[in-house]
Design a protein around this ligand. Sequence first.
Ligand code: GLN
Ligand code: ZN
Length: 767
Amino acid sequence: MLTQNLGYPRIGSHRELKKICENYWADKTGYKNVLQVGKNIRHENWKLQKEAGIDVIPSNDFSFYDQVLDHSLTFGAIPKRYNEVILKKGNSELDLYFAMARGYQKDGLDVVAMEMTKWFDTNYHYIVPEFYKNQPFKLFSTKIIDDFYEAKQLGITTKPVLIGPVSYLLLGKEKEVGFEKIDLIKNLLPVYLDILTRLDSLGVEYIQFDEPFLTLDLTENEQQAYDYAYKQIRKSFPKLKIVLATYFEGLGNNLALTLTLPVDILHIDLVRAPKQLDHIISSLNDKIILSIGVVDGRNIWKNDFESSLEIINKAIEKVGKDRVWIAPSCSLIHSPVDLDNETDEQNLSAEIKQWLAFAKQKVAEVVTLKKLATNESPASTTQKFEANKQAIANRKSSALIHNPAVKQRVTQLKPEDANRLSPFSLRKIKQQALKLPAYPTTTIGSFPQTAEVRSWRAKFKNGTFTANEYNTLIAEETAKAVKWQEEIGLDILVHGEFERNDMVEYFGEQLDGFAFSKNGWVQSYGSRCVKPPIIFGDVSRPQAMTVKCTTYAQSLTSKYMKGMLTGPVTILQWSFVRNDQPRSVTCTQIALAIRDEVCDLEKAGIKIIQIDEPAIREGLPLRRADWQTYLNWAVNAFKISAAGVEDETQIHTHMCYSEFNDIIQNIADMDADVITIETSRSQMELLDAFADFKYPNEIGPGVYDIHSPRVPKREEMITLLKKAKAVIPSEQLWVNPDCGLKTRGWNETKKALIEMVEAAKEMRKTE
Ligand code: GLN
Ligand code: ZN
């Protein structure tokens, strides 16, 4: 029996990667330093896993920005528009790579970034490969080979991890018509073979192909591509030990196909899809090794050894000890790095901490489970087993977790509690009292969280600033932002969210039932990390959360100040959620807390309130068959949060980079008066879903990309707005950026918003 890991967090235990990359982008450090930090992180990770006793350790799981982008660079899938970046003197491969990720605007060159989207149903985002008809592929970057060699030099023969050829293609997007991306498999496969040849000559033993698409619905063509690709690989490399990694769902109706693929080790996710085990062990041939993912790679709860052992023993019974491996359910990049860094009792109490495990602890859990299953070193392992049992039992009965009043409020909810008083057609007329111009302009909420603003918060948290000093500074920053928004002529203002570290954490900190780590960062995209709150107990709102800052901002202006809240589904989705009750129940508890806040804002005179729900779509189950159940409770939770107000109060919602086509009915069911969405990177393509559906409520399609520092031109935004106007009646349209501006600098933000307001004015002239 062996243990393996599928991937380890690469941000560094103190976010070293984020810091060095951001310094490099700001021209504050050199290229060599970036490479060095990357190297240090890789070495640390390999050593740690080795010392913990993991048998099969991954490489190529490190990435400077995103592993899918790494593959595009590896395969030479580089869109032509980056040629100028490549040709520019002094630019390195890393500069090209970051240009693809973030766009490039320097010394007269101006190239937009590649699209970004969510990684399955996680909060990780990847850079979408761009595909063209008959596109050739060739080995461009040798990173995977270099990393394998680097580990080998340290005495560790790693298992290089590649996204499998079929999944890589399915992750991408066709950029022209007349072909299907999966048709590119024949062009792509030779690069895989080239890579394997090179790894082979360096002494590779195991290779891991991630094929998460095997857990989704597949077309005939895609199934054939699997068959073709893996047979080709096997033919060229008869001795290579291939790990086929599936995760995030069960194999379902792809099981038969999967079992025909000539691989040596099949990894399955038994956290997300525990029921698949029986079926799989009874269908396996007598050679294949089964890697069972029993340690949750996507949540922070301590593994329940007793129930894991039941699963492991069942597998052993059926296929034998030698053919069972133990592993986390998926790559650990979705877990925070190290619980040992949480040393502040005030922050994360010992009682809660004993229920948790981060990546480093999960690696240890995998090893302990193997020892327990094989009866190795019994004394110390038995001790660990006993401690584990105790922690699990304590969590089940802890008084910290259960609040009867909250549970009762949820069970007493009536269906009508989720509905506004009148339908939108009527509310729209009542809301005309707001007297907004055509193409009203607004922003999505946050303004730049400058280093200065963040340093105030840090000083407040470490006691250097009193609450008074901190609040005064935040108030001044808010006042400046309000004044500036008035000056440039935005119609609906925001307070800027300067007091918020993060749109979920900020609310979680004020709600009961939430706990926080100090250092539990998880990569979201590129250098962006999030520190998800831990929902451990019943959720309630002890007091108003945003009324003070919103009414203060409103007092500074005669324009409307938009209240700014995070919706229940997003709070749920971006937190580590308790696994001892259905997610729908936890979500409804949060919805009631947000509802109370919405009502308090209204009472305080706020006329427009935005409830952000960027995470609705990413919560969709991966299999279609499970969608409706989720959408029912998720949409209902949003509606509960919004429905406590009068018709005159305008409720906005906001969503980022989503495809809306297949859930447009549900988006309409949410019944927000105004929805703002991200559309600029897709050139308004995403708006078509709303147009085709004849979406009745108002809509603000984002007119510029906020993920890139690039300043858009007025004409670009006008072009986009004209595109929008061509498909959506202009009286329904709003003008806004794609998303919040907290990751941007003031310089580019000011330039961009001035242009945006002018673009809206131009559009009004056409009415
Ligand atoms: N109001 C939030 C902001 O502007 C919305 C962010 C989001 O949708 N991700 O930052
Ligand atoms: Zn957004």
